[in-house]
Design a protein around this ligand. Structure first.
Ligand code: S5P
Length: 450
């Protein structure tokens, strides 16, 4: 018997899980009932549990610990005592007098706070707690949970970019109890079938373009063009001469929402090319989108954006930028629209959940960031642009990884697909653009439940 199994059996003796027939808060009849509060009655088990929970996170970045009331309070307290990381206390409700704060204790703005929860089901209550803790100026990147009831909660939080780890899943608990003869095979079967039935997540649909609340004028224009053209296609025009670029833009202009450029790969780039692109953008109604992926301190980015050969500030509608240098570095783009790169499509990318959570926080706070580039669902307050889309290939030899339009709309709720080689390397670029435009629009309609 390993130490996790040993812990679980001892906790079972304390009564943390009961089998029978129980009516849940939602009205559903459940064959088991979980309550982790009895753990506080065993200091030894509480300590073991706290050590196990701490081992799930990278302690070096955690500055505070907070338990979600009430069951996780003794766990969070023990974790604080064991690790030496200070505890803060979240209230269940505002007391309505005095400081009116929802979080009590000594903390500073921007400190990283680890959240501790006993059981996660749909994740709804954890999302509310995270919101309240973030409103107090704290940063949440990691969450540890004792038991995952496997009803979609973990996935929901991961989509939002949080690093969430559970010590046990309910299926594991059932299996361990069966292995050590605490549960009969018939009960296991009954419970597993209950879990499977209730795990069917209600289909969640994407919000239609016309119902999105995007304030930035460039974001509004993207949505407007999408609806007019029935297209959510951004073409990545990664060709290396101005002739090819202008030809391509002329051929595919009426199918796309934006023409995404890497100006620094164009051998003969000059302001004459810019003038031609502007004429085409007006004629075919698309945006000029420079994929410069700025990633420097504000001052350098400002020079790169406004000066040099490209003088992007004078002609592009939107740019991409990495949030690596922090929030202030985005001020230099002023009113130009920004797509923040929060996650990359390539194999082995360093954009892990922790980075993504922090990058999303930056995106949330900067008024000129109306969109993000990522391979996962993001809050609908941002437009999601997804590259790495190709219907005929799964990747290249340099790390790129491809998905289909169907997958990114259905799973990530993408708003706009970015397609490069799938179009500009096709024998007939106009035909390929038409194909991606149609596939993207149909996938979008299906993601609305239509
Ligand atoms: O994570 C990313 C971000 C971007 S903007 N992965 C990407 O591939 N891109 C860009 O999308 C990349 O720089 C290229 O311009 C385009 C993908 O091109 P494709 O030929 O692989 O479709």
């Amino acid at each position: 018997m390993n130490s996790r199994e040993d812990f679980l059996l001892k906790a079972y003796e304390l009564g943390i899980i009961k089998f029978g027939s129980f009516t849940l808060k939602s009205g559903i009849e459940s064959p088991f009932y979980v309550d982790l509060r009895p753990l506080a009655s065993s200091p030894m088990l509480l300590k073991t549990l706290s050590n196990n929970l701490l081992s799930l996170v990278n302690e070096s970045r955690v500055e505070l610990i907070c338990g979600v009331p009430y069951a996780a309070l003794p766990m969070a307290t023990t974790m604080s005592l064991v690790s030496g990381i200070p505890l803060i206390i979240k209230r269940k409700e505002n007391k309505g007098y005095g400081t009116k704060r929802m979080v009590e204790g000594v903390f500073e703005n921007g400190q990283n706070c680890l959240l501790v929860e006993d059981v996660i089901t749909s994740g709804k209550s954890l999302v509310e707690t995270i919101d309240e803790v973030e409103k107090e100026g704290l940063e949440v990147t990691d969450i540890v949970v004792v038991l995952d009831r496997e009803q979609g909660g973990i996935e929901k939080l991961k989509e939002k970019g949080y690093n969430v780890q559970a010590l046990f899943t309910i299926n594991e608990v059932i299996e361990i109890l069966h292995k050590y003869h605490r549960l009969e095979a018939d009960d296991v079967k009954r419970i597993k079938s209950f879990l499977q039935d209730s795990a069917q997540p209600a289909p969640t649909f994407k919000t239609a373009y016309e119902d999105r609340d995007i304030q930035h004028p460039v974001g509004k224009r993207m949505l407007d063009i999408a609806l007019r053209k029935e297209s959510n296609l951004i073409a990545s025009a990664d060709v290396v001469s101005s002739r090819e670029l202008v030809d391509l833009a002329e051929k595919i202009g009426d199918k796309i929402v934006a023409l995404k450029l890497h100006s620094d790969i164009i051998t003969d780039f000059d302001m004459q090319l810019v003038a031609e692109l502007k004429v085409l953008a007006r004629k075919h109604n698309f945006l000029l989108f420079e994929d410069r992926k700025f990633a420097d301190i504000g001052n350098t980015q400002e020079l790169q954006f406004k000066k040099g050969v490209y003088r992007f500030a004078e002609w592009v509608d939107m740019v991409t930028a990495h949030p690596i240098a922090g929030e202030k570095s985005f001020d230099v783009f002023e009113n130009t629209g920004v797509a923040a790169i929060i996650e990359m499509s390539s194999k082995g990318t360093l954009t892990d959940n922790n980075y993504i959570a922090q990058a999303l926080n930056v995106a949330d706070r900067c008024a000129n960031i109306f969109s993000v580039v990522a391979q996962r669902r993001v809050p609908e307050s941002l437009l999601l642009l997804t590259p790495g889309v190709n219907m005929d290939s799964t990747g290249d030899s340099k790390g790129q990884q491809y998905n289909t339009p169907e997958k990114v709309f259905n799973e990530y709720h993408t708003d706009f697909i970015i397609v490069g080689r799938g179009i500009y390397q096709a024998n007939d670029a106009a035909e390929a653009a038409e194909k991606y435009c149609k596939a993207g629009w149909e996938a979008y309609l299906r993601s609305l439940g239509k």
